[in-house]
Design a protein around this ligand. Structure first.
Ligand SMILES: Cc1cc2nc3c(=O)[nH]c(=O)nc-3n(C[C@H](O)[C@H](O)[C@H](O)COP(=O)(O)OP(=O)(O)OC[C@H]3O[C@@H](n4cnc5c(N)ncnc54)[C@H](O)[C@@H]3O)c2cc1C
Length: 212
């Protein structure tokens, strides 16, 4: 029965699927990052492991290279590094490790490396997970809204391709940052108010108070 809907349910990042997920949660959000834009500076000049799930999201090693030159890409055995990507990575002097990760190592939420399934230990000073995200937007599937990748396409007032459905924050195309999500909310609310206002006549003047 709602006249308008603002979808604000965000996304959740996929994490390395280890048998013991507690081990991932011990470090994720500390020095095992998920957001280059948010936390890139914390990886400056550090020995960083990038944990990717596709050749596409492995490309994050290149913008990360602005912060640090010591980068190891962990494919976790999930995808093949094609010749073009392999060459680009080699040219930058980054390492590639295809053996899956057994567990993250460290203490007090500070990850210091990984143990691989073949028993090797690789030392690291920070990590960046780049494995895509799950969009909390299944409830919108019936509307067949326009998307780019997984993100909802919106106009400058956060309106989707449906005139009465708005999407804000991480669900939509744009930068995944708190201030953007908050600003989107203000835009969507303002536009909804405008729509409602334009569909209704202004309040009738109190004729007793009209000056003659
Ligand atoms: C580890 C990490 C670090 C980050 N660091 C920064 C940073 O330093 N600076 C920065 O600006 N941004 C940072 N971000 C990004 C920032 O958190 C997001 O861009 C921002 O929170 C997006 O806001 P949102 O409202 O779109 O979604 P969210 O903040 O994710 O809020 C969505 C909410 O909807 C709820 N929800 C989901 N499905 C449903 C449903 N069906 N019904 C009801 N509720 C539902 C969720 O539980 C959640 O509470 C970081 C993100 C992560 C994961």
């Amino acid at each position: 029965r709602a006249k308008y809907l603002i979808a604000a349910s965000g996304i959740i990042d996929y994490l390395p699927a280890l048998e013991n997920m507690r081990n991932v949660y011990d470090y994720a959000g500390y020095n095992l990052h998920v957001c280059l834009i948010c936390d890139g500076y914390e990886m400056a000049d550090k020995n960083v492991g990038v944990f990717a799930s596709t050749a596409g999201n492995a490309e994050v090693v290149f913008p990360l290279g602005w912060f640090t030159s010591e980068i190891t890409l962990f494919t976790q055995g999930l995808f093949e590094v094609n010749d073009e990507l392999g060459q680009k990575i080699q040219q930058q002097g980054y390492q590639i490790i295809e053996t899956p990760v057994e567990q993250f190592l460290g203490e007090d939420h500070q990850m210091t490396g990984v143990e691989l399934t073949d028993g090797r230990v690789i030392e690291l000073e920070a990590g960046l997970i780049s494995m895509g995200s799950k969009y909390h937007a299944q409830y919108l599937d019936t509307f067949d809204l326009e998307k780019k990748g997984g993100n909802l396409v919106t106009d400058k007032m956060a309106r989707t391709s449906h005139p009465r459905i708005f999407a804000i924050g991480d669900l939509k195309v744009g930068l995944n940052q708190v201030v953007i999500a908050a600003a989107d909310g203000a835009l969507a609310a303002t536009q909804i108010w405008r729509d409602i206002r334009r569909s209704q006549p202004p309040k009738a003047a109190n004729t007793d108070r009209v000056l003659r």
